[in-house]
Design a protein around this ligand. Structure first.
Ligand code: 26Q
Length: 808
């Protein structure tokens, strides 16, 4: 750390803010006062950059990217802002002089957790890269009053608490009271001379709150604009004036609940009316805003596509297509075909899942009642599209039915993915495998008619947060070894290959990992009360809890190992600490049951004196961005074990490898590209591959055969099912085991079990040779260059959005 005294100015500035902004005597400032003061300083600097940037963009009339996403998992802002402003060292010194550490001060900030998982964090990494690359860009989302729930564990069970991240306000937002739009719902539509008139039944106001997204190594910033739902003043007043305060409050709530809470649901869509209203609410406000901004600079909307590229982060904002059509055609009288061509030149769409149950659809009747005019527009888009398709393949009715935006196999539903595809000039998946599967499975028919629309952009992560900020030790070592430019040019990590034989470098790399493990061990002790040994292998499985991600397969291995240790305690066991973290959607009972099983198994194993240090199992509560920043740098082994063909990409896999963990994983998502980049010998790939999974399903998968034929597997499943880990309620996990053995084991855990356990033995063999392990770990870091979100955004900009980075 820089020990030289900071320029008097920063220290003086902190005192000024304490005195004038916070209202405390600097000598008496508490840590909370200090974090506020320092944040105010950074905020003011960012504000200046924001203003300059807006001015430049206006003058340049640049083509802008509009990134629509229901989720942004921003995490904390302070350290990222200081790093972007080049103020990290100075601030640390000023804090040190006041006997405070940066880490302690920064940890007082609450995470902005406005997302569920990978898709939301990807959006945040992308904003960071768009700002860093100087791409004129705007993120739009919802200012949820309550973000992702806080997870507590009570007797091994997940408890959800509301995430009231705004309870003391947040310093990082800029309210824009003058930027507000009406968003309308319900009512009916009349038609006169081919002109549709929508008479809505209700209206809510969307108010803008901006967050500045600082670029790194540049003065450029980007904006994240979040919308809050506010009842129109009139609504309040009417009941209020009649003295009916109860009704005034409840009407107000009915409107404002639209932006109250994030839907805590990943891959199991909840078909709730409120969710549809949320989607339309933020999309409508965003489209109105971008049109308003366009018209400030241009006389009309004809040239909209030359100046805006609108990106749909999954189908959640897909109603934007109908909204833009409505505004162009109904409100601004643009001929239908012209409006439709404009749409197709403006929109692009990223798909994040192949799992049919996760593809979003809406009941036609619900959409008719909430958005009657949009439903009509979707019907017309569909009719013209299906007419076109029928001309391509006359008399192929199944083809037409498969393509239709409306699924009428049962109760009629709108397929939001189909709406997104027909309106988009480009559609991409998030890893090479996933994009390939899109064109051969869910979108095969579309790919047959429009092959040129489909492409791949493999996900990426920002090295600023996931290395520079999360792993100071490694960042410092890289700075000394490679210089500091890897932050902006992650390919430079390749040059680490030149240092594999440098004993001093290798030793320091190991020391950094050891320190990160000690820090993680402390966090584990603090949050769970469990003491773990930092000398043991840290085997890390962190992500949303979901059956397809197969935390349960990991559990099967843990119990296998437990039984093997008991059977042969004298063998040369590699001590392991198996670390889980992740949230289960609150309504997802099986996922919650998996969390409880992990705890029950942990309690048994951790307290079994025959096991000692050889095996420990912990569950770190409340996984999120800031907890990830502690866990990932301390990992030795990264578990990426989804059933092949189910994980679209994964990004935790990239974060872990970038921090020097070796991956044990299936041939799935971005694991495949990680293997290509780090080399086959430096990753542990096991299990069925995607075509094998498919072939086995078709041939008929009989999990009970694996159960009966593999004694180790049988012993593990029997132990769990018989209540060995839940003696107070022996049947607690019988149902869970039954889903595997008797109910089809949809994600094929039993089929992959043997190869997984065998690979875990190979992992041990390598770990027993520390020089070999560290060599592979360094090769992993060295191979991660392409997984920077800068590379991903550069691909989107060049191949999809056709916008130029603006590096003035
Ligand atoms: C949909 C409808 C109603 C309610 C909720 C939802 C919903 C919400 C969130 C559906 C899906 C999600 C989140 C999906 C997600 O995070 N997908 C992940 O995206 C990552 C970034 O591309 C990939 O790396 C992961 O593989 C993918 O699982």
């Amino acid at each position: 750390m820089n020990a030289s005294p900071p320029p008097a100015s920063l220290s003086q500035l902190v005192d000024d803010h304490l005195l004038h902004t916070i209202g405390v005597e600097p000598r008496r400032a508490t840590p909370v006062d200090l974090v506020q003061a320092v944040s105010h300083i950074a905020r003011a600097e960012l504000s200046e950059r924001w203003v300059q940037n807006q001015e430049q963009e206006r003058n340049g009339k640049a083509r802008r990217v509009v990134y629509l996403s229901m989720e942004f998992l921003m995490g904390r802002t302070l350290c990222n802002a200081l790093a972007a402003l080049g103020l990290t060292q100075e601030t640390a010194t000023v804090l040190m002089q006041r006997a405070k550490s940066m880490e302690d001060i920064a940890s007082l900030e609450l995470d902005a957790a406005l997302g569920n998982g990978g898709l939301g964090r990807l959006a945040s990494c992308f904003l960071d890269s768009m700002a860093t690359l100087g791409l004129p860009s705007f993120g739009y989302g919802i200012r949820y009053e309550y973000g992702m729930f806080a997870q507590h564990i009570l007797n091994g069970c997940q408890m959800e608490n509301p995430d009231s991240w705004l309870k003391d306000g947040t310093i990082w937002e800029f309210p824009r009271p003058h930027i507000a739009y009406p968003v309308r719902f319900g009512g009916w539509v009349t038609h006169e001379n081919d002109v549709a008139r929508w008479a809505p039944a209700g209206e809510v106001t969307a108010k803008a709150y901006d967050m500045v997204i600082p670029g790194h190594g540049t003065d450029k910033v980007s904006t994240l604009r979040l919308w809050k739902a506010v009842a129109p003043d009139l609504i309040d007043l009417r009941a209020f004036n009649l003295g009916d305060y109860g009704r005034a409050a409840s009407t107000k709530n009915e409107y404002e609940n639209i932006s109250w809470v994030l839907y805590p649901n990943d891959s199991t869509p909840a078909g709730r009316e409120l969710r549809l209203k949320q989607e339309y609410f933020f999309v409508s406000a965003s489209i109105q805003d971008l049109i308003h901004r366009h018209l400030e600079e241009h006389p009309g909307l004809e040239n909209l596509a030359e100046h805006v590229a609108i990106h749909l982060n999954d189908t959640h904002p897909a109603i934007a297509v109908a909204e833009l059509m409505r505004i162009l055609h109904d409100d601004r009288a643009m001929p239908w075909n012209k409006a439709w061509n404009l749409c197709k030149a403006v929109f692009s769409y990223t798909n994040h899942t192949l799992m049919p149950e996760a593809l979003e659809t809406w009941d036609v009747a619900l959409m008719q009642s909430v958005l009657p005019r949009h439903m009509e527009i979707i019907f017309r888009i569909n009719k013209e599209f299906l007419d076109y398709a029928a001309r391509l393949r006359p008399n192929d009715k199944p083809f037409i039915q498969r393509l239709s935006l409306i699924d009428d196999s049962g109760e009629r539903r709108v397929r939001m993915a189909h709406l997104s595809v027909v309106a988009s000039h480009h559609i991409n998946g998030v890893s090479a495998l996933h994009s390939e599967l899109l064109t051969t499975t869910v979108f095969a028919d579309f790919a047959a008619i429009w092959p040129e629309r489909f492409t791949n952009v493999t996900n990426g992560i920002t090295p600023r947060r996931w290395l520079a900020q999360a792993n100071h030790g490694l960042a410092e070592l890289l700075d000394e070894t490679l210089g500091q430019t890897w932050r902006l040019h992650l390919e430079e990590l390749q040059r680490l290959h030149n240092h594999l034989a440098d004993i001093d470098f290798v030793r320091r790399f190991m020391t950094v990992k050891r320190a990160n493990k000690a820090r993680l061990a402390q966090h584990i002790a603090h949050t769970t009360g469990i003491e773990v040994n930092p000398e043991s292998m840290f085997d890390v499985h962190v992500k949303r809890i979901h059956e397809y991600k197969r935390q349960l397969l990991n559990v099967l291995h843990v119990v296998t190992r437990y039984q093997a240790i008991l059977a042969d305690p004298k063998a040369d066991w590699v001590p392991r600490t198996v670390i889980f973290a992740g949230k289960a959607a609150s309504s997802y009972q099986t996922a919650k049951s998996i969390i409880r099983l992990i705890h029950d198994i942990g309690t048994t194993i951790n307290n079994d004196p025959r096991v000692g240090d050889r095996l420990k199992v912990v569950f770190v509560p409340n996984y999120g961005v800031s907890v990830a920043e502690i866990i990932l740098p301390g990992a030795d082994l990264s578990e990426q074990i989804s059933t092949a063909g189910t994980e679209a990409s994964g990004t935790g896999n990239m974060k872990l490898a970038l921090n020097g963990a070796l991956t044990i994983g299936t041939d799935d998502g971005a694991n495949i590209e990680i293997r290509q980049n780090v080399g086959d010998e430096n990753i542990f790939i096991f299990g069925l591959k995607t075509p094998e999974v498919r072939a086995l399903r078709i041939a008929g998968y009989h999990p009970v055969d694996y159960y009966q034929q593999n004694p180790a597997l049988k012993a593990v499943l029997d132990a769990i099912a018989s209540g060995q880990f839940s003696p107070d309620e022996p049947d607690r996990y019988r149902g869970l085991v039954d889903t595997l053995v008797w109910q089809g084991d949809h994600y094929m855990l039993l089929a992959d079990y043997a190869s997984y356990v065998a690979m875990q033995t190979k992992v041990d063999e390598v770990y027993r040779q520390p020089e070999l392990w560290v060599n592979k770990a360094i090769r992993n870091v060295a191979g991660m260059g392409m997984f920077s979100s800068d590379r991903a955004i550069e691909e989107y900009a060049r191949r999809i959005w056709r916008v130029q980075p603006d590096l003035r």
